[in-house]
Design a binder for this molecule. Structure first.
Ligand SMILES: [Zn+2]
Length: 215
């Protein structure tokens, strides 16, 4: 079986002294897992997390750990190296994709959002705003779309002060008044989305990645 597409290298770990196992988030085939033969010792074209390029994945059987051939076109992490906050955001996004997105499930919307995040992180002075947008897309993708457009109680579009942790929908100040202790206070923040991400991790039985715990 062979897959040809484009993708971003989001995770690598040693497999042997010479080889590494990598996760590549692809445009057409979701997250692919495979091996880079000699990836740990290559002197030229060594794979690096954050690279984007053409991916070829080959395996004799569909169920096998395939082998990657990867032609990096650009390193999307390079412009972020001078900005620790941007790097943190990239690492958190990659860790969440690695932990929460099922393998080989096509996910072009999130893929495009991730490319956009990396581009935004390289130019934005507010990397955490760009990251918050991305994480909101991730939640939507996982079936937890947040609706901040109107009050879930009365339909009003003004004074939306709260967010319900149960429904992910906004609540106005009047409807929310009796339940203040149980509601999150808007505006939306990384602290709020973190709680949704954490409950998804619980449901999926995975740990919240350490790189996301810190903000
Ligand atoms: Zn209301």
């Amino acid at each position: 079986m062979q897959i040809e597409t484009t993708g971003i290298l989001i995770n690598m770990r040693p497999f042997s002294e010479r080889d590494v196992v990598a996760h590549i988030f692809t445009k057409d085939n979701g997250v692919l897992v495979g091996m880079f033969r000699g990836g740990a010792v290559a002197k030229k074209n060594r794979p690096l997390v954050g690279q984007m390029g053409n991916v070829s994945w080959n395996a004799r059987l569909d169920s096998q750990l395939g082998v990657f051939h990867f032609e990096s076109e650009k390193n999307l992490s390079a412009p972020l190296l001078l900005n620790p906050d941007s790097l943190k955001c990239m690492n958190a996004a990659f860790a969440l994709i690695y932990s929460l997105i099922p393998e080989r499930e096509p996910n072009e919307t999130l893929y495009n959002e991730t490319i956009k995040l990396l581009q935004d992180l390289s130019v934005s002075k507010e990397p955490y705003d760009a990251y918050l947008n991305w994480e909101t897309s991730l939640l939507k993708d996982l079936g937890y779309a947040l609706d901040l457009s109107k009050c879930s109680g009365c339909g009003k579009q003004e004074n939306l002060c709260y967010l319900s942790p149960k429904t992910g929908r906004a609540v106005c100040s009047e409807c929310g008044a009796p339940y203040i202790d149980k509601l999150y206070r808007l505006p939306l923040s990384l602290n709020i989305t973190k709680r949704f991400v954490s409950s998804i991790c619980d449901i999926q039985g995975t740990d919240m990645p350490n790189v996301r715990k810190i903000f």
